[in-house]
Design a protein around this ligand. Structure first.
Ligand SMILES: Nc1ncnc2c1ncn2[C@@H]1O[C@H](COP(=O)(O)OP(=O)(O)O)[C@@H](O)[C@H]1O
Ligand SMILES: [Mg+2]
Length: 325
């Protein structure tokens, strides 16, 4: 098995980079944990690293499949780089292909697909130029976020805006700081959930994970921000404290979203649910974090299985998909 990844120490900070520039990258410990997990399934692991290392080694790479968790460095195709190279080289890999990764990294593109498929997602518009804003008639409060980032990059308490002046100011900051358009969405007051899914033909929806911030699951205006991730005020609650009816409803929506963008082997769908119990998909992560601090560890505990067995189940889905067994 090859293992491709981006780790925080590899990131070379450039002048003018935002403070959260390397937020998506993994901690080196995570790579060791995943390597151990794959090896516990009886496989041998070759650590490859980032896309540059892959390019250097691709001709002599002797692996049956690559477990890819690399986030890539820049642009909305960054997560697609390794999958596309592997596809060109005819090397199987775990997880979604380049098209799905690029589509979902650009939240505006993904929302267009979700809307076509009838998956609820907050009303939105895009601001590419602050001198040319139409607003699309959507009511405040709104949230202003970078169109193609992850790991809560560019999201702070200032992202929630209640008037046009603040919206333009925040959009201007996003455009200048992240060098991309701002996505402006209806802000969903209420609670937040994320649903991990694994598998292909008959994907398995894993237990719903609820987000708690400062000890509260009724989040109101609170958001999953970069500074809250760093300050440990976020917690995952599993089982989620919701009715069976709501749980079933968001799981159905999650599965529909997973299929709509053609996730493979594993993924995670993020939701906000308003006070009336209406779910909205915020985004789909075909390459969610596998860090032991993150959601997949939480659900392993809830399902009373080991973290290693979850990683191997993801891998087994990929092996089965390619008919390598
Ligand atoms: N429309 C929205 N309504 C309410 N909260 C939102 C909305 N969009 C984003 N958020 C908050 O910001 C966080 C990060 O947004 P998300 O779109 O999931 O981006 P990322 O890719 O960075 O995870 C969410 O987990 C949620 O707390
Ligand atoms: Mg998210």
């Amino acid at each position: 098995m090859g293992l491709t990844y981006d780790v925080k120490p590899d990131y070379v900070r450039k002048k003018g980079d935002p403070e959260d520039a390397n937020a998506e990258f993994d901690h080196p410990d995570t790579i060791e944990v995943i390597k151990d997990a794959i090896e516990s399934g009886g496989h041998k692991v070759v650590k490859i690293g980032n896309v540059r290392n892959l390019l250097r080694r691709i001709k002599s790479l002797d692996v049956d499949i690559v477990f890819n968790i690399a986030e890539g460095v820049s642009g909305r195709n960054r997560e697609s780089e390794i999958p596309v190279i592997l596809e060109m080289a005819g090397i199987p890999f775990v997880g979604a292909d380049g098209l799905t990764l690029g589509l979902t990294l650009d939240k505006v593109m993904a929302k267009k697909v979700l809307i076509f498929e009838g998956v609820p997602t907050p009303a939105f518009f895009q601001i590419s130029d602050i001198n040319n804003v139409d607003g699309a008639g959507i009511d405040f409060p709104l949230i202003v976020k970078p169109k193609q980032e992850g790991s809560s990059k560019g999201i702070s308490d200032k992202s929630i805006v209640h008037n046009r002046r603040d919206m333009i100011r925040q959009a201007d900051w996003v455009i200048r700081t992240y060098k991309q358009p701002a996505l402006v969405e209806s802000f969903i007051t209420g609670s937040e959930f994320t649903i991990p899914i694994i598998g292909n033909e008959k994907p398995e929806v894993l237990p719903t994970v609820q987000i708690s911030i400062d000890g509260k699951t009724n989040l109101g205006d609170l958001c999953y921000t970069f500074s809250r991730i760093s300050s440990n005020t976020l917690n995952y609650v599993c089982p989620a404290r919701i009715t069976r009816g709501l749980d079933r409803k968001i799981k159905d929506v999650a599965l529909k979203a997973y299929k709509a963008v053609e996730c493979r082997d594993f993924g995670r769908v993020d939701f906000r649910v308003d006070k009336r119990g209406n779910p909205y998909v915020l985004e789909i992560n075909p390459l969610p974090s596998l860090s032991t601090e993150d959601v997949f560890m939480t659900i392993a505990r809830q399902m009373k299985v080991s973290y290693n067995s979850i990683i191997n189940r993801i891998l087994d889905h990929a092996l089965e998909r390619y008919g390598i067994r």
